[in-house]
Structures are given as C-alpha cells and as structure tokens.
Design a protein around this ligand. Structure first.
Ligand code: NHF
Length: 411
C-alpha cells in the first residue's frame, strides 16, 4: 500500500507517546513492504522534504499567523491567549500539508496513494479537507480526545474538530478497549471504531540492549547507593497522576526508608511539582529531572529501576508501561477510568506483571508501590511475565499488521 500519514509529531521532533508511535509504526510499515509518506509539523528549521529509513517526510514551512487568528476565531479559542499561536501553527501545518499532498504530489507529480492515515485532532483538519477534496479512503486514529485529556473540561473547538474528523473518516482506530467504550459513551459511531493497541521494539527495549556504563553514570548523578529505585517517566502534566505520585512518596517512605524516587520528563507542571516535593520535605529521596533524554539514556533509566510507576488519572494507552515491562520491570499503573494501562498489566495470578492502583488517590499509589517493595523477589517474576506479555501481544510487527488489515479493508 501507499500510505499518506499525517501526524504533527514525528522524528526527530518528538513530544510524547504519539511521536514515538508514529516513528516506530511507519518504520515497520516500510519493513513490511509498504510505502509511507509522512506529513508533519516543521516547528523549526527542519528539512521540508527528506528520506529517512526509506520513509518520505514532508514538513511544510509554516508561517506565523498568530496576529491574524484572534480577529476571526471563536471566543473559545480567544481564551487560549498566547497558546492561540499553537492552534494557528497546527492549522497552517494541516492546510499546507493537505495542499502539498493533493496539489503537488498527486496533481503535479502524478503520484498515487491508497490510504490517508491521520492522527488526533492535530491532523484532523488535513483529514477532513482531504476527504472533502478527494475520494480516497481515510482512517482517523484517535490516540486521545479532549474530553478524556481534560477530564470534563477542554476546548469546544477541539472537541468539534475531533467529531468532524470521526465523521469524515471511513474508519476509526483507537488504542484500547477502554478508549473505545469512552468514545461510544460520547456518541462516536460504534460501527466505525476498531481497537489496535500500540506496540514497541522489543529488541531495543531489552535488558540485552543496555549500555551499563550509562546506568553507572546515572547512579552517580542521582547519588544512588543501595537504595531501591522507583521510576516515573512521562510528560509532567497533572493527568499523568504525577502530583498524586509525589504525595504518595512520604507514605512509601514511612514504610521503606531506603528508596529513591526518580521522576523524569518535561511538561507544563514541572515547577509546581518541584514545589510540591519541596514542601513535602522529600527531596533527599527524590530526583525530578525535567529534560529530554535520548533513547539509550531512557533505556538505562528503566534498567536502573526496581519498580516503574505510571499512576495516570486518564490514559488512552501509555507506551511507557510497555517499555518498562519489556525491560522486565514490575509496574504500578493507574487503572481507573479511561485506562489502556489496565489492559496491558495483569494484576494477579500466574501471569501477573504488576499492580493496579487508583491514580487519583496517593494512598492507593503508595499501597501499590509498597506491594512491590514488600515482595521484591516475587516481583522479579512479575517483571519477567511483563516481558513475555509484551513479546506475545504488543510487538510492533503484530500491531502494524493489525493496523494494515484495517487499511486494507477499505481498498
Ligand atoms: O500511548 C500513542 C499515545 C498513547 O496514552 C497515550 C496518549 C497519546 O495519551 O498512542 O497517544
């Protein structure tokens, strides 16, 4: 198949799980013999057209429209203040990408494509515009929606773009059954929705692929001696449950004194999180590092950990927990509400890989971490079960093939 892939995040400009997903999946499609043309946000001085790992990437140069947008957009968007620039950048990326695809690649260069794959509202404009201007089949991938990201609040405009994208698309793919149920409860068309989980590269995320000298450097950097290490990796934003995680730290320390908490990630709540940790007087046992680290260093962080905790309040899928499981680590995950994590992690029985907690409750998070710290020998088996589960159910190959089947069903 010739796939046109619209996703605002893509290598090398990654923001979160979506960018990781897009980069890994498109590589897999190419490996399986398909042709992929990616359209992504430039957001800097990246090349406007390049080939990387046999993937053709287009990054149209956007122009700053932030002064003109407030003159005609709805009140809802005006409330975004300086963030309106983000909206206008996203719109420009979408419009220019749709135009490049249709006017240049198809009409001028005579190229043929089989399917349009577009991801979240951030590429929704392009998906809807192209559905209006071509007869091509299109699949809308929903990695998250405004009602779930903002837990009830959020922007009406974004919600409408999401719904319009769902309406325009021939099929929808979302990342967990929990998300599918949630979308149906919001009135999304049940018959269009398919579930395909995310996957990861299990060769890369493997204890066999650890650079142990980086692990040693990290031990020095964080001053870790014989302490047990509890690790969080992810965007530092409240919906990931990070404030409750920090509130849980003193409760864990009451029971287990010799523990170091590592929190790694970037996000708009970093400063507030740091202040909270300082006010709880836990900095001796806590490291909050707000920095983008490369993949090898991320893998080294997993290798360093005794337990990984992702206490999201709402999480469509949560790739980090797959990464931790592939690295044979027991995981403590937020399992309440919309939670793909709940579907990844088996919490009991022979195949147990970790603990389910309520990410809204610091007591419950502390309980979950303590369950692992109280049973560290047993938890090594949970880690091994986790890797086995990822290998069997969440390999890139499996996930790519399932996605491609949905695409093929439209041809
Ligand atoms: O893993 C990629 C990612 C998900 O739960 C994550 C999310 C955004 O919120 O599908 O998309």
């Amino acid at each position: 198949m010739k796939i046109a892939f619209f996703c605002w995040e893509f290598w090398p400009r990654l923001v979160g799980g979506l960018g990781t997903y897009a980069t890994e999946m498109t590589r897999k499609y190419v490996e399986l013999g398909h042709e992929v043309t990616v359209f992504t946000l430039n957001g800097g001085n990246y090349q406007t057209r390049e080939f990387w790992n046999n993937i053709e990437i287009h990054r149209p140069m956007i122009l700053d429209c932030s002064k003109i947008f407030p003159l005609f957009v709805r009140e809802d968007l005006k409330k975004w203040g300086h963030h309106l620039k983000f909206f206008s950048d996203i719109f420009s990326y979408n419009y220019l990408s749709a135009s490049k695809f249709l006017n240049h690649l198809i009409k001028k260069e005579g190229r043929k494509f089989d399917i349009i794959s577009f991801h979240d509202w951030l590429s929704g404009f392009a998906g809807v515009i192209l559905k209006n201007n071509t007869k091509m089949p299109a699949v809308f991938h929903i990695h998250s929606v405004e009602e779930q990201r903002c837990m009830g609040g959020g922007s009406e405009v974004v919600k409408e773009i999401e719904r319009e994208s769902a309406k325009a698309a021939d099929k929808i793919i979302t990342v967990s059954y929990s998300m599918k149920d949630f979308l149906i409860s919001l009135g999304y068309p049940r018959e269009k929705i398919n579930v395909v989980y995310n996957g990861i590269d299990t060769e890369k995320y493997s204890l066999k692929n650890v650079n142990w000298s980086i692990v040693e450097d990290l031990r020095k950097r964080y001053r870790i001696g014989d302490e047990k290490v509890v690790l969080f990796i992810g965007r530092l934003t409240w919906v990931k449950g990070i404030f409750n995680l920090v509130r849980a730290i003193p409760l864990v320390l009451e029971k287990h004194k010799n523990v170091k908490f590592l929190i790694l990630g970037k996000g708009e709540n970093y400063t507030d999180l740091l202040h909270l940790a300082q006010s709880l007087n836990i900095m001796k046992n806590t490291e909050i590092r707000s920095e983008w680290v490369d993949e090898n260093e991320r893998i080294a962080h997993y290798a360093l950990a005794d337990v990984c905790v992702f206490p999201s309040i709402s999480e469509p899928f949560g790739i980090v927990s797959l990464e931790a499981m592939a690295m044979e680590k027991p995981v403590v995950v937020g399992a309440r509400g919309v939670s793909g994590l709940r579907e990844q992690v088996i919490p009991n029985g022979e195949n147990r890989c970790g603990v389910h907690v309520n990410g809204e409750d610091p007591n419950d998070i502390a309980w979950g971490i303590n369950v692992v710290l109280d049973n560290l020998e047993e938890a090594k088996k949970w880690g091994k079960n986790g890797r086995k589960r990822v290998l069997e159910n969440f390999s890139l190959e499996k996930v790519a093939k399932e996605t491609l089947q949905v695409y093929e069903s439209l041809l």
